[in-house]
Design a protein around this ligand. Structure first.
Ligand SMILES: NC(=O)c1ccc[n+]([C@@H]2O[C@H](COP(=O)([O-])OP(=O)(O)OC[C@H]3O[C@@H](n4cnc5c(N)ncnc54)[C@H](OP(=O)(O)O)[C@@H]3O)[C@@H](O)[C@H]2O)c1
Length: 281
């Protein structure tokens, strides 16, 4: 029985856990697929029921790992995948989605994102997403790597109000979005999905985080995750292929940082004082 992890609401009213699981670098032959799928299944057992993947990851390989992980447990999972901007045309989105569904071994994606902006007009991509919703292939759609100006352009479109999330790079070392994008999304009730929340593993070795972690009987990575989800309206999607990392990450949901911890983190990782262009990995 999955344990309860705090949830946040998408604009459509769907509750999603504030901690999920990433899959970039899975399905690329670094580890046996069965091990990677087992790590995701352990995460599901621990309540990390949102799984983020993309057609780009391992060229469909990560989606195939997810297929193994969710076989027989599809109803437990909130499945997020992404279309490449080169596939974001009216016809391209449909083909990309069909391919992803095949790789994922499922008949629908819960949240389908445009991975980043490319040359296809945004209105065309959004209309294609809406058509996929009507066809029952996806439940909802959203975007990724959109800065405030992109979000404003999206908001101005007829179907723009359908956006459910913006997935962006956000962690202690990447706080630029706090200046403008985070408040912009919060005002509209659009949760941010924070990718690379432990800066691809780097924050696990940070001395300041280690000191704070010591006060909580936690690990530095757990402090990084607890910080990322400290406010409502943020979902963090750490990727972990080692079971000990999965366990740590799930337990991070229970850590509440004190004012003293937050002040120490602000001193070590200064919040932005002016707008900065959106960073991407
Ligand atoms: N939309 C986009 O453009 C975009 C871009 C980047 C990422 N993403 C998504 O966001 C997910 C997360 O980002 P990410 O994979 O770049 O980086 P990340 O989640 O910040 O870091 C993953 C790395 O950290 C390690 N790790 C995880 N938990 C740990 C823990 N508790 N202690 C120590 N190390 C730990 C993992 O090791 P092990 O695997 O060995 O356990 C892995 O090497 C991706 O997998 C992907 O789904 C989206």
């Amino acid at each position: 029985m999955p344990s309860a992890i705090r949830t946040t609401l998408l604009p459509c009213g769907q509750a999603v856990p504030v901690l999920g699981q990433g899959t970039w670098r899975m399905g690329e032959g670094r580890r046996p697929k069965a091990e990677e799928a087992a790590a995701l299944r352990l995460g599901l057992d621990l309540g990390l029921t949102l799984i983020d993947t993309a057609e780009m990851y391992g060229n469909g390989g990560a989606e195939e790992v997810v297929a193994h992980a969710i076989a027989g447990r599809r109803e437990e999972v909130f499945l997020v995948s992404k279309a490449l901007p080169s596939n974001a045309s009216r016809a391209g989105v449909v083909k990309a989605c069909e391919r992803s569904l095949k790789h994922l071994g499922t008949d629908r994606i819960d949240l389908y994102l445009l991975h980043w902006r490319g040359g296809v007009p945004l209105a065309e991509t959004v209309e294609a997403f809406e058509a996929l919703v009507r066809a029952g292939k996806i439940r909802r759609w959203g975007v990724s790597n959109f800065d405030v100006d992109d979000m404003e352009e999206l908001e101005a479109l007829a179907a723009g109000a359908g956006v459910q999330t913006n997935q962006v790079l956000y962690n202690l070392t990447r706080r630029g979005v706090e200046f403008d994008l985070v408040p912009w999304c919060r005002q509209r009730g659009i949760p941010l999905m924070a990718y690379s929340p432990v800066e691809q593993g780097e924050l696990a070795d940070n001395a300041v985080l280690a000191r704070i972690a010591g006060r909580h009987g936690a690990t530095p990575a757990q402090v990084a995750l607890a910080w990322t989800i400290r406010h409502d309206g943020v979902v963090a999607i750490p990727k972990a292929s080692r079971p000990e990392h999965v366990r740590e990450n799930a337990a991070a949901a229970d850590i509440v940082l004190a004012a003293e911890d937050l002040a120490e983190l602000d001193r070590a990782f200064a919040p932005p004082t002016r707008p900065r262009p959106l960073e991407m990995i």
